[in-house]
Design a protein around this ligand. Sequence first.
Ligand code: AMP
Ligand code: ZN
Length: 469
Amino acid sequence: MKIYNTLTQSKQEFEPLEQKKVKMYVCGPTVYNFIHIGNARPMVVFDTVRRYFEYKGYQVNYVSNFTDVDDKIIKRAIEEGVDADTIAKRYIEECKKDMEGLHVRPATKHPLATEEIDGMLEMIQSLIQKGYAYVAFDGTVYYRTRKFQGYGKLSHKNIDDLQAGHREIKVTGSDGKEDELDFVLWKPKKDNEPYWTSPWCDGRPGWHIECSVMAKKYLGEEIDIHAGGEDLIFPHHENEIAQSEACNGKPFARYWMHNAFLNIDNKKMSKSAGNFFTVREISEKVDLQVIRFFMLSAHYRSPLNFSAELVEASKNGLERILTSVEHLNHLLKNGQEGTVTEKEKEHLIRAEEFVKKYEAAMEDDFNTADAVSALFELVKYSNSNASGENTKEYLQGLKDKILILCEILGIEAEKEPDSLDEKVEALIAERTQAKKVKDFARADAIRSQLLEMGIELKDTREGVQWKKR
Ligand code: AMP
Ligand code: ZN
């Protein structure tokens, strides 16, 4: 399995630290609002990576944090006249609802920054002791960036060309930094801000330290994969490396994976440009499973353009897959008993080739775009090689292949029969019986009743099919 590693800027064979285990950390959102559609991309992409590893028999320990103390959360709390904790808790819950809609499975552990302060104090203390951090006159603790030999190795920047990135926490006025590249590990509280006591001052952590601490606590000093959006490469992930490697004296993550950005109608998403969408807003118009499928129709390292037309195209594509499974289910009801015929065996071997193609795409740096194409080929093959003449075992074999490939992408291709389905099926059975005994009045009445329920019937050679209007 090959993964593109930002650290080496090349595709590398995946070799886990421990056999058949993956330790994976994905930077999660700052919770001051509903998540936006861009935030959904890393969630969907890395959830799919996790699912594929599991399909291949790996046990994945997947950790993803929520940043629940931050300037934006505090600002929102002040605006609403509530405390920061109320804001953070509210949007963690809302984020979890969106994740569920997107079929993003909960992480093995979702640590919260505010619950890991002790670990942060410990790591900062250790960095001070080792000479990688210092305390300024006002109690701010800074990381001594130039002291870390490998600084810039992830973003491939030369330390002398660096400027502090946009996420850097700037301290105004004379801030007591030794060097402008130094970044904050701990900073003093301002009025009414949440704070914790520390040996240096009452205050709160800088942003970068939480991920170093959580990864170490829940996964260990060395991890297999560290992931997030490409905006995090610098300074966030660069700083995480500096903190973790200076503290632990070991390489931090072996593979660094970064997703490219999602743009709206080919423009950067921004509130001021009026093209900013939350996942929640979108869920009111489009099934989030469609959004997930749309996101996976591109390779994760390519920019993804979000537009109504492209989402519509994904909706139609997904529909083709769901219809194919529905058709197989229908055939299965009336399929032949007995074992798979020679001809059917040949078809199953051909179908398996599409599965192999799908796997090859996923193993080439998780190329979900090509994997989705292979899935479509399988669906097409199934559509043209399944009929009422086939054995149930064969039909089930085809269906299982489609379902497994969908499951890896987080697509539920088969709905659990809900109460509506059961009611409709019962009425159809009654209508068939009525027709058999030539009670056409009853048969017609049932058809009208179903129409009123929004259900259309179609009499086919393979029996009655129905769909919602
Ligand atoms: P944040 O809450 O800004 O830290 O973002 C949470 C995650 O979403 C990070 O992994 C970001 O890199 C990612 N992210 C933010 N905006 C976008 C976008 N437009 N497209 C893709 N990923 C994004
Ligand atoms: Zn992080």
